[in-house]
Design a protein around this ligand. Structure first.
Ligand SMILES: C[S@@+](CC[C@H](N)C(=O)[O-])C[C@H]1O[C@@H](n2cnc3c(N)ncnc32)[C@H](O)[C@@H]1O
Length: 207
C-alpha cells in the first residue's frame, strides 16, 4: 500500500467522520452495546465516547496503524478496556461465541471480503448477541437515478477511498450472513452527495 492509503487516507477519514458530522448517529448506533464488544473497522476511535457504561471490553479490529495511533487518547480515556486484536474483519482471532455485541460504523463498504467478515461476526457473537451498524450503501430501489450514479462512480470511489464501495446492499448482506434484522432505518445523511450518503442504521441479532 502506498503513502496515500497508509498515511493520508486515515487522517482524512478521521477529520471527515468526527463528532460534529456524525455524533448523533454514533450515539444511536452504540445504544445497547454491552459486555464484550467486537468493533470492526475501529478507525480512529470516534465511537469510543459513545460506548454505554455497560461495555466492559472491546476487541478492536483495524488495519490502519495511523488510525489506531490517532485513537490513542480516546482509547486511554475509555472506562472500557480496549485492545487491538486484529487487522482484518474477515479473519477474527476470537473464539466462537465469545462476544456479547458487535459494532460496525461505515466499514462494511470497505472490507474486501464482506461476506466472510459478516460470517465471522456471526461466529464470534453469542446466540442472541446483537450487531449494531450504520453503513452507507446502495440507495433505496425507488431512487433509480441515484443507484445509476452510484454504479457509474463506484470504481472511482474505490480508487479514491481505499476500496470503499457505494453499491453494497447492506441489509441484504447482513441477513444473508445469518443475522435476523431487528431494527432498520434507511435514510440519507443530511449533508454530502446522495450517492455517498445512503445510510442503513440498525440492529441485527445472531439467532
Ligand atoms: C470509513 S472508515 C470508518 C472508521 C470508523 N468505523 C468510524 O466510524 O470512524 C473505514 C474503516 O475500515 C477499515 N478497514 C478497511 N479494511 C478493513 C478490513 N478488512 N477489516 C477491518 N477494517 C477494515 C479502514 O482502515 C477504516 O478505518
Amino acid at each position: 500500500m502506498g503513502f496515500y492509503a497508509t498515511q493520508v487516507l486515515p487522517r482524512l477519514i478521521d477529520a471527515a467522520l468526527g463528532p460534529k458530522a456524525t455524533g448523533p448517529r454514533r450515539a444511536r448506533v452504540c445504544a445497547g452495546l454491552h459486555g464484550r464488544v467486537v468493533e470492526v473497522g475501529f478507525g480512529s476511535g470516534w465511537n469510543v465516547p459513545y460506548y454505554p457504561a455497560e461495555v466492559e471490553s472491546v476487541a478492536a479490529v483495524e488495519p490502519a496503524d495511523v488510525a489506531w495511533t490517532l485513537a490513542t487518547e480516546r482509547v486511554a480515556a475509555s472506562p472500557a478496556r480496549i485492545e487491538r486484536v486484529g487487522l482484518d474483519g474477515a479473519r477474527l482471532p476470537l473464539d466462537d461465541a465469545s462476544c456479547d455485541t458487535a459494532l460496525s460504523t461505515w466499514t462494511m463498504c470497505t472490507i474486501p471480503d464482506i461476506e466472510s467478515a459478516l460470517g465471522e461476526l456471526c461466529r464470534v457473537l453469542k446466540a442472541g448477541g446483537t450487531l449494531h451498524f450504520i453503513e452507507h450503501g446502495l440507495a433505496p430501489d425507488e431512487d433509480v437515478k441515484v443507484q445509476r450514479l452510484q454504479r457509474r462512480l463506484d470504481p472511482l470511489q474505490q480508487r479514491l477511498f481505499g476500496g470503499c464501495h457505494v453499491t453494497r446492499r447492506i441489509a441484504d448482506l447482513i441477513t444473508h450472513a445469518g443475522f435476523e434484522m431487528c431494527e432498520l432505518d434507511v435514510f440519507y445523511e443530511p449533508k454530502g452527495p446522495k450517492f455517498m450518503s445512503a445510510d442503513s442504521l440498525g440492529v441485527a441479532v445472531r439467532p
